[in-house]
Design a binder for this molecule. Structure first.
Ligand SMILES: [Fe+2]
Length: 276
């Protein structure tokens, strides 16, 4: 079994909709260790109202490090940051929320229903300040499911993509299909669990089982270990899309030329409206 590094998980108690107490966290740590998880970065939700007193989100980290150490699991600080347009103005407070606090990578969450008008601008602002934005579960966003050009816009702004194991496992739903599409086309930079509670089976281990027959060992190891390990140690990563089979489409889109295969045909719009 491959070692796992899980960089999107709700493991700190009483800071969001994750575990309600330390006993629940302890149970989650036990399950993580049974599944060969060696690195975790708990990602408490940070919504707009959480910025006041933001330090409290990480208060439990020393205790979590101590408990996880008993299972041979290393802990790094992180957060799942809701995209708001004035994030760059909160720079001092933002850096401790990046992975391992090293100011290199930040996990950013968007609205499911609508692509914010400031999305590309925000990602670019982070990128030029040296923080590479990582899009949390892009497969969930309807505006991205419906039009892959919105995904290309995020990639053009320098973002990486984190696909969630829990959505990938919902094979029949649109989220699951989009997650599959991202992984199969080599666009996902890494996979993480987005696990919230031990009442649910640990989704990252299940996703790894499912992907074993679909990807080579090296491809799988890259998604669940190599790339996430580099992120927490602040190393540079080549975005996955740059070696994807869709790279020519994406490069053409970024340069302002849509390839023929990307242009929408009138009957596709018809299908789209019929679905609603
Ligand atoms: Fe999450």
């Amino acid at each position: 079994m491959v070692p796992l590094a899980d960089l999107h998980i709700h493991l700190l108690p009483q800071v969001d909709d994750g575990p309600k107490d330390w006993e629940t966290t302890e149970e989650m740590l036990r399950i993580l260790s049974e599944n060969e998880v060696k690195i975790v970065a708990p990602t408490p939700h940070v919504y707009e109202q959480d910025w006041h007193g933001i330090e409290s989100k990480h208060q439990g980290l020393p205790e979590l490090e101590r408990r996880a150490g008993n299972y041979g699991i290393r802990v790094h600080s992180a957060a799942e940051i809701w995209a708001i347009p004035d994030l760059p103005e909160r720079w001092e407070k933002l850096i401790p929320l990046t992975y391992a606090g090293n100011g290199k990578y930040a996990l950013i969450e968007f609205d499911v229903l609508e692509m914010p008008i400031f999305a590309e601008w925000l990602l670019f602002q982070l990128k030029v300040r040296g923080v590479t934005p990582i899009i949390a579960h892009p497969e969930r966003y309807l505006w991205l499911q419906e039009d892959e050009r919105n995904l290309y816009r995020l990639l053009a702004a320098g973002a990486l993509l984190q696909v969630s194991a829990d959505t990938f496992l919902r094979a029949e739903a649109q989220v699951g299909k989009t997650a599959q599409w991202l992984i199969k086309n080599g666009l996902a930079d890494f996979i993480a669990s987005d696990w919230h509670s031990p009442d649910m089976p640990y989704p990252l281990a299940q996703a790894v089982q499912k992907l074993m027959g679909e990807l080579t060992e090296s491809q799988l190891e890259r998604l669940v270990w190599r790339v996430p390990s580099k992120i927490v140690s602040g190393q540079t990563i080549q975005p996955s899309w740059q070696s994807s089979n869709l790279r020519l489409d994406i490069q053409a889109f970024i340069s302002g030329f849509e390839r023929k295969s990307q242009k929408r045909k009138w009957w596709e719009f018809w299908k789209f409206f019929r679905k609603r």
